[in-house]
Each structure stands twice: as structure tokens, then as C-alpha cells.
Design a binder for this molecule. Structure first.
Ligand SMILES: *Cc1c(COP(=O)(O)O)cnc(C)c1O
Length: 396
């Protein structure tokens, strides 16, 4: 019997909600005008984009004029960091970000170092939570930009953004948060968080890929990343992805409307999964924080004596889709930069697997997966010279 594969990789991307697709469809074939055009087709497109902007602005507590649509989270992150870095050259060239940011931030930071900026990294504790005392000691009056994700995509740790923002603002630095994993799950009101910029992405919340947004607080003078026409109040060129923007707003609306219910569902799956894995498999470490310091849909484990990639491939053969490290760093043999920042030793950082649950997952899928994982981990360990050298195999 061929079983339908099980998807436990919602932190990488999610399926488009059929209601979202439904909402998007007319914007491909009927309301296809360029939102910049001065005629009825253009006006119809504009009014759809305006509505989407109003809706998303209301979900995050900003003015519609403070929200800019982008091609996704990566572009929004690039824009925030690069634009923030170059916003006030007179103040300084010092940037502070967390070491567990998404590659969109870390790669941009490396480029900025080549351009003459100085980047320092916050310290995080063993759970991945930013050390505020250490942060206070590295932010100075020359710091122009402080950036920390609201929730980590690999280990699911939720960061104290409000407290970080306070430290940044004491030194008049711009405070940015990457809320891609937090949107639709946590409260991301920009006023309450007191952030100056915030990035979001549609495809992590059951919306289409290739669309996202950056909130830029009124009054901030952020350099453009994409030059072009007069779209997005001349801040971001490129013909507006009308269907994408409409889908993003609808996905966000559905996520907000069902937030408590979805969070309760994935928390139940996560907690069942975590407790079964820890109780039923020896030599396993849960990476990241626990309880409400962890994203409700995330579980990340290091399985001692085996490579994460081997587990991923074995689970894939059994029809269970997961991720090793983060989707962006897999494909390389480097251990996860996130786990190394948490102080996880290198061997364990190689053996990590992320499970991220979604609204369509079931208890049956979780239980089936636990059984397969038990079997596969045992099988792989039997082949592992390290494990055999430990002489433990008979006891498992
Ligand atoms: C997925 C993700 C991104 C990138 O968003 P895209 O829309 O895929 O470019 C950025 N930050 C975090 C935390 C993410 O999980």
C-alpha cells in the first residue's frame, strides 16, 4: 500500500489554503490591470491592493502607509538591514544582530562588513534566548541598527523583542524584527513590540510564495533596495503582484481568525510528539526552549550518533517530510549555525532534525511518525561505528 506522504515541514513552507487560492483567482484573468495604470483596470487592481494593505496593517497595528509589499521575507530582511545600515552614515557603522537570524540577514550582514560596516552578534543562551545583559554591553551610541527575529525558524525560540527594542532605542538605533515565523501565531503589534521595521512572508502562513511585506515606521528614512517605477509610494519598484498581495492578506486574515484554535491544535501535536520521542528513544536532545517560549508548531531534536541527513533521507523513504537544520543550510555539510550559537556540540549539531506541524496534521500522523523514527534511529545507530564503540547497542 502506498501511503500518502506526511508533511512535517511547515516552517519551510505551507500549502496555499484553498480559500486563499479562490480569492486570488480573479486577479489573474479578470482583474489583471497594472495597479499603476490610470484606467478602470488599474483602478480595480489598486482597490484590491489597498484593501489588502489596510487589512494587513490592521493585523499588525500600523498605518497602511507604513506597509510595503515585497517579493517575500528574504527581500524584506535584505531591505531592512541594508536600508537601515545606510540610513544614517553620520551616526555610525555599527550593527548588532542575533547569531540565529535567517540566512537572508546573515548573508546581508556579511556583505555589509565588506562594505565597511562593523557587525556584532548578540549572545544567546542554551535555549536560544537573547542575553539582554550582554546586549546592553555591546550596543553603543554609534549603533545604527539592532535586529533580532521574533521567533527562530529552526528551534522555534521566541525572543524578548520588546526588551531588545528598549535597549536599541536607548541608543537611538533602529530596531528591526523578522516576524516571518511569528505572523499569524504570536502577537505582532508593532506598537506593542516597539519595533521600527518588521518583515513578514505570505507562504509561511498558507498564502502564496513570492510575496511578503516590510513595515517601515513613518519618519524613518530607509534607502530603497529595488529601484524602478513609482510603486509602493516610490519606495519599491516593480509591477505589483496583485494576486499575491490579495492572497497574502486573505491568508493572514484566516490565520488571525483561527489563531487560538490552530495554536492549540499544533501545541497538542507538538507536546505529544516531544514527550513520546524523549521517553521512547535514548540519547535524544530537544533543542530550543520549552513551553510558551517555543513556537507552538516546532520540535527540533538532535539524535546522538547519527547524521541529521541520514535520518531525513530514511524518513523521506518512509513518506515523512522533515528538515535537517534549516532548509536553507541543508545541502551543505556545515552543522547548523543556530545550534552552534546555542552551544550545542558539533557532533550533535550535525544530528538535528526539525519537525514543524501544521493545521492539517493529525494525532495519527504524529503517532505513526514516532514509530517510524524509533525504528529508523535504531537501525541507523546499529550501523554507526560511534554507537557500537559505546557498546550500548545491546541495551537499546
Ligand atoms: C522563511 C523565512 C524567511 C524568508 O522568507 P521568504 O519569503 O521565503 O523569502 C525569512 N526569515 C525567516 C525567519 C523565515 O522563516
Amino acid at each position: 500500500m502506498i501511503k500518502k506522504p506526511i508533511y512535517f515541514d511547515h516552517a519551510a513552507t505551507t500549502p496555499v489554503d484553498p480559500a486563499v487560492l479562490e480569492k486570488m483567482l480573479p486577479y489573474f484573468t479578470q482583474v489583471y490591470g497594472n495597479a499603476n495604470s490610470q484606467h478602470v483596470f488599474g483602478r480595480q487592481a489598486v482597490s484590491a491592493v489597498d484593501k489588502a494593505r489596510d487589512d494587513i496593517a490592521s493585523f499588525i497595528g500600523c498605518k497602511p502607509s507604513e506597509l510595503y509589499f515585497t517579493s517575500g521575507g528574504t527581500e524584506a530582511d535584505n531591505w531592512a538591514l541594508r536600508g537601515g545600515a545606510y540610513s544614517d552614515r553620520k551616526k555610525g557603522k555599527h550593527i548588532v544582530i542575533s547569531p540565529i537570524e535567517h540566512a537572508a540577514m546573515l548573508s546581508t550582514a556579511k556583505e555589509l562588513v565588506k562594505e565597511g560596516f562593523v557587525v556584532d552578534y548578540m549572545k544567546v543562551d542554551e535555549f536560544g534566548v537573547v542575553d539582554l545583559e550582554h546586549l546592553k554591553s555591546i550596543v553603543t551610541d554609534q549603533t545604527i541598527f539592532v535586529g533580532c527575529m521574533m521567533a527562530n525558524n529552526e528551534v522555534g525560540t521566541i525572543e524578548p523583542i520588546k526588551e531588545i527594542a528598549k535597549i536599541a532605542h536607548e541608543h537611538n538605533a533602529i530596531m528591526f524584527t523578522d516576524a516571518v515565523q511569528a505572523a499569524g501565531v504570536l502577537d505582532i503589534n508593532v506598537k506593542e513590540l516597539d519595533v521600527d521595521m518588521m518583515s513578514m512572508s505570505s507562504h509561511k502562513i498558507y498564502g502564496p510564495k513570492g510575496v511578503g511585506a516590510l513595515y517601515i515606521k513613518n519618519g524613518l528614512r530607509i534607502k530603497n533596495l529595488i529601484s524602478g517605477g513609482h510603486q509602493e509610494r516610490t519606495k519599491r519598484g516593480g509591477t505589483t503582484n496583485v494576486a499575491g498581495v490579495v492572497g497574502f492578506a486573505e491568508a493572514f486574515r484566516i490565520a488571525m481568525e483561527n489563531r487560538e484554535q490552530n495554536n492549540a491544535h499544533v501545541t497538542m501535536l507538538r507536546d505529544r510528539f516531544i514527550s513520546r520521542i524523549l521517553n521512547e528513544i535514548p540519547y535524544v536532545k530537544l533543542n530550543g526552549a520549552t513551553g510558551d517560549k517555543r513556537l507552538p508548531a516546532n520540535a527540533d531534536f538532535s539524535f546522538e550518533f547519527i547524521e541529521g541527513e541520514s535520518i531525513l533521507f530514511s524518513l523521506d523513504l518512509e513518506g515523512i517530510a522533515v528538515s535537517s537544520g534549516s532548509a536553507c543550510s541543508s545541502g551543505s555539510l556545515e552543522p547548523s549555525h543556530v545550534l552552534l550559537a546555542l552551544g550545542v556540540e558539533e557532533a550533535l549539531a550535525h544530528g538535528s532534525i526539525r519537525f514543524s506541524f501544521g493545521k492539517h496534521n493529525t494525532v495519527e500522523q504524529v503517532d505513526y511518525a514516532v514509530n517510524v523514527i524509533k525504528y529508523e534511529v535504531n537501525r541507523l545507530r546499529e550501523m554507526s561505528p560511534l554507537f557500537n564503540a559505546k557498546g550500548e547497542i545491546k541495551n537499546v
